[in-house]
Write a protein that binds this ligand. Sequence first.
Ligand code: SF4
Ligand code: SF4
Ligand code: SF4
Length: 290
Amino acid sequence: MKISEQIRDYAKKMLEEGEVKQFIGFEKGRLPFHSTPVFITEPGQVERLIWDDYCITNLSKYLVNFSHEDGKTALVVKGCDSRGIVRLIQDHQLQREKLVLIGIPCQGMKDSLRFFSKGDDSLLSPGGKCQSCTHPNPVLYDILIGEEVKSVNMDRFKKTEEIENLNIDERYLYWSREFARCIRCYACRNVCPACSCLSCYLDQHRVDWHGKDPAENASYLLTRAIHVAGRCIECGECARVCPTGVSVMELNKKLIKDINELFGEQDAGVDFSQTHPLCQYHTDDPDDFQ
Ligand code: SF4
Ligand code: SF4
Ligand code: SF4
């Protein structure tokens, strides 16, 4: 049976039996090569659910909107969605017992945003999302549909090393140009499962709190990178949705690479029992706290 049909069958059964209040998956988008998140609440709507090569969006962040409501939510999860959920549970933004997760191993998704802007319909999203995926299989699920797939991870830090190898002036120029392109739409923040504060420091209503000139773009992007350091699950959504193509993911990768070198290999959002080194402290730490 096709994956789409299995998803519909599970959704219908769960909604009919009242096991879940809603089912979050994908439906065909209005444009070609596009699938879009859909929220199904009635058994009669399950025919809208599909699974294809364009289900690239990380759905995990949507769950935060329903975390304080009664009842369970079901969700289809690829590797990156499931890591987002682990991360949000660790941040106390979600409760595991209110979720039913339909895991689907992922071969890598096509990116309709890239297709429309560049006419590139390659299987792997070249924006860094699927090309450097370390966990294509769901790390957390209740039901698994489909066969496990091998990681498609290719040279995860290649571009990071290229930037590291620039001299200091070249690096300054590189990042100045990246920061200048930011229009501060906050799409990168809004999709991010590691950006889970209900009240973001950027949304303070104070005069001159955080302006929108190029220097303050740098401040925004660097602050955000530091805020998600140790919690970024490398889903690549921040870079994928950026309308001006800022290398947001390269800031995250640099921090992940440095953390790995300093503290040993760590993958955020994979294992509940693992507390990332940047999320813990010891009072007997040999370094002082100043
Ligand atoms: S990042 Fe990994 S799990 Fe997510 S869509 Fe790409 S290949 Fe699939
Ligand atoms: S910073 Fe980007 S890659 Fe990391 S979790 Fe957030 S959206 Fe995903
Ligand atoms: S998505 Fe891109 S343009 Fe929008 S705030 Fe983030 S970096 Fe800036």
